[in-house]
Ligand binder design. Structure first.
Ligand SMILES: CSC[C@H]1O[C@@H](n2cnc3c(O)ncnc32)[C@H](O)[C@@H]1O
Ligand SMILES: [Zn+2]
Length: 448
């Protein structure tokens, strides 16, 4: 008999959804992990003969799938969850959120808020997130500590904020941060020009040049509302996306967040330049911003990924919920029940997110040679029975509370419902302290 191959971890599961184009679902199979990588996905019978595992985990009431990728958010805004509900975007930002950020945002706020967000994300199955916020050095530090995979984009705006006195300082600090994380296996630093209406041409051009030079990602809020497009037509005589294309900002490294306003010409531009769309359906619904036409974009050949946006406009970071909403909304918007099927919705929250972030060679699906970024959901609850189709069970009936295990690059972040890299009690205590501070500070109007 041939000697068995030594592996660090063997995870046996009832179902494995690898999220590959063939829409395959494995039953009673195992994933073998050596170091940080998946080295095999094989029937359990075979795995027992083939591998000698240091540790074997049997998850026989579970679905295993790639960790979810939250492709857009503002993690520290978890501390502003429920702070300003039921407002449209413009009022929400100008009269509530920006004044609150000018009063409270600091390195400590971002450290505590980001840690709270990461704990919530791990508990709801996210293993990789894209963040755009002030004090990005704090977000990067916390993500590294928690062993989460992350794209951290540093903000560029035309005006001063608590993080710096204007674009020159934002570029200087952001580029230094990019240097600090060069070669990091989990954290990637990119550019976060906030939106076409808050960043002048001069600075957008500078982002385009530097991002190309550094091969760094760019994330920008784009076509979030009809007002944004109308104002751009009034000021520049062109749609925001046309302006970005002319400035060299539309590239395969560009992630366009929201895109609720899409003419046929916009879809053609996105597809031609290979830019990605990050769809945030719950935030768009709550702020009444509009509906991203996912089926139309997909038909044009645009990669559509999924994000929650910040907890101040969502009000959670639950990607299972987001997938469900995305699938339902796509059908309603297209008038087609087949729009964004369960498998397609799973792809938006995994492999499409990896593609948008430029890390699809590393993560986003369960395949041999990819990083072991994996989650497990226990699906034997009454509310989950019976299971005819594991993909349907996740998208149309998923629950964050069913997420039991999570690994990033083979390291456990959640085991049997217990966080492994974070101190949950301490995180909650700090969030409560911030709630007291925020509630005891008068809400005066003020610019950011
Ligand atoms: C440049 S740091 C991020 C900045 O963006 C604000 N923000 C949060 N959500 C949205 C959104 O949906 N559209 C536009 N801006 C948003 C956040 O409060 C920060 O100030
Ligand atoms: Zn946002």
């Amino acid at each position: 008999m041939a000697a068995r191959q030594s592996v660090r971890l063997l995870i046996r599961a009832r179902w494995i959804i690898p999220v590959v184009p063939e829409r395959r679902i494995y039953e009673d199979c195992a994933i073998a992990i050596q170091g940080q990588e998946i080295i095999a996905i094989t029937p359990w019978e075979q795995a027992q003969k083939q591998f000698n595992a240091e540790q074997t985990l049997t998850l026989d009431r579970h679905i295993l799938m790639p960790g979810l990728i939250n492709a857009h958010g503002h993690a520290a805004m978890n501390l502003l969850r429920g702070y300003a509900d039921d407002q449209p975007l413009h009022t929400w930002l100008n009269e509530h959120i920006w004044p609150a950020e000018s009063r409270h945002v600091s390195a400590e706020f971002v450290e505590d808020g980001t840690e709270l967000a990461i704990a919530e994300m791990i508990r709801s199955g996210t293993t990789c997130f894209a963040d755009m916020y002030f004090f990005p050095e704090e977000a990067a530090k916390v993500a590294r500590r928690a062993h989460m995979r992350a794209q951290i984009t540093f903000p560029i705006l035309d005006f001063p904020t608590n993080w710096g006195d204007g674009p020159d300082q934002y570029f200087a600090k952001g580029l230094a941060l990019h240097d600090d994380y060069r070669g990091d296996d989990l954290i990637r630093i990119g550019f976060g020009p906030h939106a076409p209406y808050t960043v002048a041409d001069e600075h957008l051009k500078r982002v385009a040049v530097l991002a190309e030079e550094l091969e760094a990602p760019i994330q920008i809020h784009l076509h979030e509302t009809a007002d944004e497009v109308r104002d751009s037509m009034d000021i520049y005589g062109k749609r925001p996306i046309e302006r970005l294309a002319e400035l060299g900002l539309l590239t395969p490294q560009t992630q366009c967040v929201h895109m609720t306003q899409v003419e046929d010409t916009d879809a053609v531009l996105l597809a031609e330049f290979g830019a990605h769309v990050i769809h945030c359906p719950q935030s768009n619904l709550k702020l009444a911003s509009g509906f991203c036409p996912v089926a139309k974009l997909r038909a044009a050949g645009v990669n559509v990924a999924l994000g929650t946006d910040g907890a101040a406009s969502n009000n959670n970071l639950d990607m299972l919920e987001e997938m469900h909403t995305a699938a339902l909304l796509a059908k309603a918007v297209a008038g087609d029940a087949a729009a964004l099927s369960a498998h397609q919705a799973l792809a938006t929250a995994t492999i499409n997110g990896a593609r948008a972030l430029g890390i699809d060679q590393v993560t986003g699906s369960l395949e041999v040679g990819k990083s072991a970024d994996i989650i497990a959901l226990e699906v034997d609850a009454v509310s989950a029975q019976p299971i005819h189709d594991a993909a349907s069970a996740l998208v149309y009936n998923g629950r964050a509370a069913r997420v039991t295990h999570s690994w990033v690059a083979g390291r456990a972040l959640l085991l049997s419902g217990h966080l492994q890299t974070l101190n949950e009690r301490d995180i909650i205590a700090r969030a409560r302290r911030w709630a007291e501070i925020i509630q005891n500070t008068p809400r005066e109007a003020g610019a950011l």
